[in-house]
Design a protein around this ligand. Structure first.
Ligand SMILES: Cc1cc2nc3c(=O)[nH]c(=O)nc-3n(C[C@H](O)[C@H](O)[C@H](O)COP(=O)(O)O)c2cc1C
Length: 190
């Protein structure tokens, strides 16, 4: 796939075919892409926890918040939940504050997943204290992001932001998820 097509296909997916499992080896391939990505000062402070087992997935799922703009949707139902998660952690002993390494890593992981016919969603809204306890994550590791992964089972369509400036995504009667994007004219200042 060409880069633009890959970026277009790499949408935030929140409903999946839960029966499609993702093996540990696939997650390692994705994390290898993150490993090879840029890092401020080349410090490489990111660490990862993988989950691809049904029981571990079911502990992690309730600790994540989905699609804040879809007020009436409580998140993916049983059967359409992610098949795997990658938890991105920052080792504060290496870098006390992590600038944007985790964002770059997340995008590398998701582009790799898209190339494999998978998809996912970056989740920053996490019940971090509970996750830390459940997975026994030591204090020197900041919980930065969770990447939910699976075989997408929803359609996502990009839209132009209209004159009213509303950037909230929405879902139509057919269940298609629409995501408004600002125009180039709007975002390029000079
Ligand atoms: C840093 C970051 C944090 C995000 N956190 C959440 C989240 O907690 N829950 C969620 O459902 N989506 C989350 N998203 C996904 C965004 O809602 C999504 O990127 C946005 O709606 C645009 O859709 P698109 O990714 O298909 O372009 C997050 C995205 C980013 C980049």
């Amino acid at each position: 796939m060409k880069l633009k097509d890959l970026i277009l296909a790499n949408r935030s997916y929140r409903r999946f075919d839960q029966n499609t499992s993702i093996p540990r080896e696939t997650l390692l391939e994705l994390i290898n892409l993150a490993r090879l990505s840029p890092s401020a000062g080349n410090k490489q402070p990111l660490r990862y926890i993988l989950s691809f087992q049904a029981d571990k997935n079911s502990w992690i799922f309730p600790l994540l918040s989905w699609a804040a703009y879809l007020k009436d949707w409580p998140g993916p139902a049983e059967g359409e939940r992610p098949s795997a998660y990658i938890i991105i952690l920052g080792d504060t002993r290496i870098s006390p504050t992590i600038l944007c390494d985790h964002g770059i890593a997340a995008q590398s992981i998701l582009l790799g997943a898209t190339e494999k016919g998978l998809g996912g969603c970056i989740i920053a809204s996490i019940k971090k204290d509970i996750l830390r306890k459940e997975l026994d994550i030591p204090e020197h590791l900041d919980i930065l992001l969770v990447i939910a992964l699976g075989k997408p089972r929803e359609k996502v369509k990009l839209e132009e932001v209209k004159d009213d400036g509303d950037i909230k995504y929405w879902r139509d009667e057919q269940g298609v998820h629409h995501v408004p994007k600002r125009s180039l004219e709007e975002i390029i200042l000079k």
